[in-house]
Design a protein. Structure first.
Length: 218
């Protein structure tokens, strides 16, 4: 078995096609490079279908196994990431059809003529843990068909054509869904900012502070 530095190769410029070629030539250990390279992407894609957190890893494993078993069918007509994403989506949808555990959220939001980019302001950067949690919470509220398009475009950096290939929908449909997703996110963030319950101190916490202070002054 060839000794390789997985971390170094994962972050190197070695193309996916070359890694695939080496796996198909018998160097099975090189498949780990592809797994590490696309774990984040696959996680986000599957999560975009409102799958319970406990089930995501199982689906990821099934997707990787399916990809490995059919690796010789990868022809390079699309990028490896697009090919893998399609497999991940298929695995997710198959399990959703088999189990009542997976359900869709239903939302009916009107479309308006403004768009929002949540990356524009410093407080919304992923380096801010509180902001990241807030953004994840808001994204999770999106209807599935809008959420997956937003995740692929804004978080994974796929262009509209690649998203069209992954989801099997028209280019115009991708644009419409992305527009609506941004609009919904903007509205959700605005609603949260106007929610008086945000950062609410709470009765128990208030009582605790009162009791502590009073013990010190009496």
């Amino acid at each position: 078995m060839e000794a390789i530095n997985i971390r170094q190769v994962t972050t190197s410029q070695l193309a996916d096609d070359e890694v695939v070629r080496r796996v198909l030539s018998g160097k099975k250990e090189w498949f780990e490079i592809l797994i590490r390279r696309y774990n984040q992407t696959l996680y986000r894609v599957i999560r975009g279908y409102n799958v319970a957190e406990d089930d995501i890893e199982d689906i990821m494993q099934e997707a990787y196994l399916r990809a490995y078993e059919n690796l010789d069918q990868f022809r390079g007509n699309s990028t490896f990431s697009t090919w893998l994403i399609r497999i991940g989506i298929n695995e997710t949808l198959q399990l959703k059809r088999k189990s009542k555990h997976f359900t869709l959220k239903v939302e009916d939001d009107e479309v308006q003529n403004k768009m929002m980019q949540i990356q524009d302001t410093q407080p919304m950067q992923p380096s801010n843990p509180a902001a990241r949690v807030l953004i994840e919470k808001v994204i999770d509220r999106l209807t599935e068909k809008y959420k997956i398009v937003f995740v692929l475009h804004e978080l994974e950096g796929l262009d509209n054509e690649e998203i069209s290939q992954c989801l099997g929908i028209s280019l115009s449909n991708v644009k419409v869904r992305l527009f609506r997703a941004r609009k919904m996110l903007r509205d959700e963030l605005l609603n949260l900012s106007l929610d008086t319950s945000v950062f609410e101190f709470g009765n128990s916490r208030c009582d605790r502070v009162v009791n502590t202070v009073m013990r010190h002054i009496t």
